[in-house]
Design a protein around this ligand. Structure first.
Ligand SMILES: Nc1ncnc2c1ncn2[C@@H]1O[C@H](COP(=O)(O)OP(=O)(O)OP(=O)(O)O)[C@@H](O)[C@H]1O
Ligand SMILES: O=P(O)(O)OC[C@@]1(O)O[C@H](CO)[C@@H](O)[C@@H]1O
Length: 319
């Protein structure tokens, strides 16, 4: 079982437009609404694969709860002020996505405590507790760090904790020594305080995090695939670039879910990375915040993970 925590859940509204023109009235060619928020998306992938999951979040009632139940996920709601935010993605035909994320619910100190304690209550049977996404208004920067500690306190001997967030919240969470973090390259660069133009720079950054007490670092790198730096070793893997990108929203969450699904089934970090990359590639071919299931994911189309090509340029500026 995997428990996910989404401190700032959302309803993701995706509107496809012929072109994004500032100041114009745009006529949508398609639209959809998906449950959203990073932890929620991880639960949605797990549910599509038939893996048991519980999604903890402040608020998360009304339409979001209905959509989650329809997806086979039982939401665990904790008290919050305000309503679930609506995050809007404007998607152009080539997949270019402009996203507007609302601030979302607000938490008083007591509501933060309830969220953190609820994680401890549900952590015992979990193989993984995943805490992910932005920190809502009113909550402290160390919210994910507190959730890591709560998951450890309430979890069983086999419970592991993964974090996917950014900025000061990621820095605080890393200091709590989670078993896994899943930054993208920009988030990792902000964390270590300098740009990471080549894969060698990403590797050095993952070494730094692991030396500081993080167990595994899973770095998603867009079309350049993903890298895992684990106690067992370091591997890189990339899918064939998806040319028909529908929406990249949720690709990182699908990558993380794919990795955890494979690891809980006993796969090695290298094989789990292949599954993670296949899930990420499948996600970008799906509209809006649709997440992949087994029928969408083709592991055989992804080459086995290999030693990281350290000279790989990640800026897209190589000659
Ligand atoms: N153009 C692409 N072609 C093939 N695979 C892709 C492409 N873009 C992304 N992916 C896959 O999706 C994964 C996640 O993408 P990315 O690194 O952009 O996530 P992210 O920035 O964490 O996303 P988010 O936080 O919005 O969910 C990549 O590791 C890769 O496997
Ligand atoms: O505002 P946050 O919490 O950083 O990100 C929220 C969000 O953009 O992330 C998910 C994709 O990863 C979406 O479902 C959701 O709208």
């Amino acid at each position: 079982m995997v428990v996910t925590v989404t401190p700032n859940p959302s309803l993701d509204r995706t509107v496809e437009v012929p072109a994004l023109t500032r100041g114009a009235v745009l006529r949508a060619t398609a639209h959809r609404v998906d449950p959203g928020g990073k932890g929620v998306n991880v639960s949605r992938v797990l549910a599509r694969f038939g893996h048991p999951t519980l999604a903890v979040m402040p608020g998360g009632t009304g339409e979001l709860a209905e959509l989650l139940r329809a997806a086979g996920i039982q939401p665990v709601s904790t008290p919050a002020r305000g309503v679930t935010r609506v995050n809007t993605a404007l998607v152009e035909p080539d997949g270019t996505t402009t996203k507007v994320n609302e601030p979302g619910v607000e938490l008083a100190a007591a509501e933060v405590d309830v969220l953190v304690d609820t994680v401890a209550v549900h952590a015992a049977p979990a193989a993984w507790v995943v805490t992910a996404g932005s920190v809502p208004r009113g909550a402290p920067d160390d919210l994910h760090a507190r959730i890591v500690t709560a998951a450890r306190r309430g979890g069983g001997p086999a419970t592991r904790v993964a974090v996917d967030t950014s900025g000061p919240a990621l820095a605080a969470a890393v200091a709590a020594g989670p078993d896994l973090v899943k930054p993208n390259v920009a988030e990792l660069a902000e964390l270590v305080g300098h740009p990471l133009p080549r894969l060698a720079d990403v590797l050095a950054a993952t070494d730094e995090l692991r030396a500081g007490g993080v167990g595994t670092v899973l770095v998603s790198m867009g079309a350049a695939g993903a890298l895992v730096a684990a106690p067992e070793g370091t591997w890189h893997c990339a899918a064939e670039p998806v040319t028909a990108v529908r929406s990249t929203v949720g690709a990182g969450d699908s990558t993380l879910a794919g990795y955890l699904l494979a690891r809980t089934s006993g796969a090695s970090p290298a094989d789990a990375l292949v599954h993670a990359v296949a899930c990420g590639a499948a996600a970008v071919g799906l509209p809006g915040t649709a997440v992949p299931g087994p029928a969408d994911v083709d592991v055989t189309s992804v080459k086995p993970a290999s030693a990281p090509p350290e000279s790989l340029d990640l800026t897209g500026e190589a000659a």
